[in-house]
Ligand binder design. Sequence first.
Ligand code: AMP
Length: 147
Amino acid sequence: MSLTGPYDPDNIFAKILRGEIPAVTVWEDDHVLAFMDVFPQSEGHVLVISKTSRARTLLEVEPDVLARLTAAVHRTARAVNRALSPDGLSVMQFNGEAGGQTVFHLHVHIIPRWADRPMKGHGHAPMAQTAALRPLADRIAAALDRD
Ligand code: AMP
């Protein structure tokens, strides 16, 4: 998949947004959804997506959607930090297959990092079970800013 092209309404995140496949939600509002990456590169790997935009990449996103997405990433990253106390946080976003993107609905990765735990490779992490992800999502949700 290149940097340009039509939005595929059957991409995996579109299916999650339509409730056709399950996801472990951290939090959501009318505009954004934060949910656990099912192939976490580290414990607490969260993805944030727009619910309203059909942007495939950063290049296509509408400015107002990007503003809401960025605010959601900030809020979620602060909660991940409070909930899991990592040593660092990698916030990543990939565009185009050559850029490392595998799902063509714009999304941002929030990946907590610990100095003594190597991060698993992008696209090389084992699948996590809902039973392991739900408690992490609940801890992150409980640490969200409430204002
Ligand atoms: P990217 O490679 O940047 O497009 O990221 C796509 C991310 O989606 C990867 O980190 C995958 O592990 C993740 N992913 C793929 N399928 C699912 C799913 N059903 N639920 C949650 N995360 C997923």
